[in-house]
Every structure is written in C-alpha cells, then in structure tokens.
Write a protein that binds this ligand. Structure first.
Ligand code: FES
Length: 260
C-alpha cells in the first residue's frame, strides 16, 4: 500500500488518453501514468507538466483515478504550452513531476468553494476526495455563459451542489463571482476555499465576511518544486508556494492579496 504522506516528488511519463472540450475555453485532459505513482495525490496538490519541445508548467490536479492510474488536468489555452495541450491528440506522451504542494484537509463539515474559470481544477479534485460525508457547495464564476459549459455537470456528478455566475444570460446569478459572494449567507458554512485569478482572490479578501475561515489557492512561478530555488516565494513573506501551499489561510496571505 502506498504512503499518503508527503514524499519527495518524482518524474513520470504519461500518455494522453483523452482530451475533451468542456466549455468554450476549457479542456479536460486525461493522462495515464506509465508506471505507478509513489504517493496518491491529494487536493490541492499540483504537478509540473512537461510538454516535449516546450516547457514544464504547473498544473493543478483536477482528478486522480487510482484504479487505472489516470490523472486529470483542466487546461485553458492562454500561451504556447497550454495551447499545445488544448490541441493535443491521444496518444501523446509527456512528462509529469510531482505531486507538489501540501494536501489540505477541511476541519469543517460544510464547505463553500468559490471557483473562477480554470481555478475550478483543484475544486474538482476536492469534490471527488473531500466531499463524501460533507456538505459541499461550489459557486463557479465565468465571464460568459459559454465558458461555463459542462463544469456544473462535472461537479454535480461528484455529488456537490453548484451555483453559476456570469455576466450574460444563462447563469444562476448575473454578475461576477465576487458579486455572488456578496449575496451569500456564509454563516451556513464552516470554511470557504477560493480558487481563481489573483484579482478575484484579492477582491474576496477585501470583501471577506467575518466569522468564517477563508482559504485561498494561489499561483506562482514554480521551478524546482521542492523549496530550493525561492522562485515561488510569496512577495513580502517567507512562504514558498511549492512546499507551504498552494492553499493558504487568510491571515497568512492577507497582505500578499491586498497588494496584488
Ligand atoms: S519552486 Fe523552487 S522554491 Fe518553490
């Protein structure tokens, strides 16, 4: 039986077995690990995904199926590497280095997730692994309704309830994720996890409602992934995203977010 503790990351070859467009700007990629992961990845851990001929980029793990050693990633094409991933055709071979970062285990029973765009990737992993026996609700925000796509049904299939927010017609709430947050009755929850663009995290930190624990999943430039190079240090702190994060409680990153 494999350890669930945090171990040093390792390199793996992976084979793309499926790529599916799940919204107008998000693709769900499934990779089979050629071998066996030495440790089961836990949310919100991530990996460095190496695309041959291009670069290695940090990718949140959106799902892991131990029965067939399949890792899932949610890709939004914004640069050359993510665009290549979004166009990849199975079978294609790439590399993975990980898992990286610290697992996080909610202490409460009622968890609210606020996810913006591709920031929903680690929330999919949370839904799969942490929501059994808990009351989990996800508010998923996007700019346009066509960017919402199949994300709500993916989340619902994992047993969590979902509210959508976008700026045009079709979503449950017409407005931004932050607008949706302002209307919520947060006292119904024990903990709130926010994942998405830094601007969304900053606005939630500014609007933060008192009396409930808030956590944020941050992004940074990651190189070594094991705490050696400081490239992922959060500005003005001694925190390293690759070993201390990527999820941080409000009090540790309030200044980072407010100055972002
Ligand atoms: S990526 Fe090198 S210390 Fe985090």
């Amino acid at each position: 039986m494999r350890s669930r503790s945090t171990l040093l990351p390792r390199y793996y070859s992976v084979e793309l077995v499926r790529r599916k467009r799940v919204s107008s700007n998000l693709f769900l990629l499934r990779f089979r690990v050629l071998g066996r992961l030495h440790v089961e990845p836990e949310p919100p851990q991530f990996v460095m995904l190496w695309v041959p001929g291009l670069e290695a980029i940090p990718m949140s793990i959106a799902g892991y199926d131990p029965s067939d050693e399949v890792l899932e990633f949610l890709v939004k094409p914004v640069g050359s590497t993510t665009s290549k991933l979004a166009e990849a055709r199975a079978p294609e071979y790439m590399g993975v280095y990980g898992p990286l970062g610290k697992p996080w285990y909610p202490s409460g029973r009622r968890i609210l997730f606020l996810a913006g765009g591709s920031g929903v990737a680690p929330i999919l992993h949370f839904a799969r692994k942490r929501c059994n026996g808990r009351l989990c609700h996800v508010v998923f925000g996007a700019w346009r309704f066509d960017e919402v796509g199949e994300i709500p049904s993916l989340l619902s299939s994992l047993g969590v309830s979902v509210t959508t927010a976008c700026l045009d017609e079709g979503c449950d709430i017409k407005g931004t994720l932050v607008d949706a947050y302002k209307t919520l009755s947060v006292e119904e929850y024990d903990e709130i996890v926010v994942s998405g663009p830094i601007e969304v995290l900053r606005k939630i930190a500014v609007e933060r409602k008192q009396g409930i624990r808030h956590y944020y999943i941050l992004e940074a430039i990651v190189k070594c992934g094991i705490g050696l190079c400081s490239s992922c240090r959060l500005p003005g702190t001694s925190l390293l995203l690759c070993v201390d994060g990527p999820l941080f409680p409000h009090h540790l990153v309030e200044e980072v977010l407010l100055e972002a």
